[in-house]
Design a protein around this ligand. Sequence first.
Ligand SMILES: C[S@@+](CC[C@H](N)C(=O)[O-])C[C@H]1O[C@@H](n2cnc3c(N)ncnc32)[C@H](O)[C@@H]1O
Length: 183
Amino acid sequence: MDGLDYSEHLIAKARARGTGPLLKYTRGDMRRLPARWTGRFDAVLNLFTSFGFFTDPGDDARVMREFSRVLKPGGVLVWHGGSRDGVMAKFLSRDWWKAEDGTMIGHERSFDPLSGILTIDTAWEGRSGRGTRQHRIRLYTATRLAELCLEAGLVVEQAYEGFQERALRRQSSEMLLVARRPY
Ligand SMILES: C[S@@+](CC[C@H](N)C(=O)[O-])C[C@H]1O[C@@H](n2cnc3c(N)ncnc32)[C@H](O)[C@@H]1O
């Protein structure tokens, strides 16, 4: 088994947590998976919102083609992340809560329907200090993601409400899609 991430820091954390000898970590960019991985995997897992990070949507399409390239014929992609339809159905422009150590954390969200980009501004304040941070992510509908899969040679066979054993619904804010590379 192989795991790939762009962040050395997060790979070091995962290694420190100890995931056993079967899992090997590689630092890399998902837009350019290693050439030696072509046709190597029975499954590719892209979980916990690890998609939609690039300014150019063509890069997301490229990532999908890379997932397809590294799968064996008959292999599956398991994709998990936000579902734009569901996130829009319960859009929260702001919320805040208190963390266990008493730190107050607030989020402000805005959404651009043309690019599909969700911008989240986070602010926190507590005993350990205060700070702000912004991050952006492109949200996809299941429909558009299935098209991206097809363009990359993958066929979506199943769609769930995140990790629930329930079919994806309009209001599901998370989705899990299973797409196969045909034989
Ligand atoms: C929300 S986290 C999910 C982490 C991990 N997949 C998990 O299941 O816990 C998104 C991850 O994508 C990684 N990432 C961002 N851009 C990347 C890229 N171009 N190539 C590979 N990984 C990337 C980040 O470093 C981060 O670890």
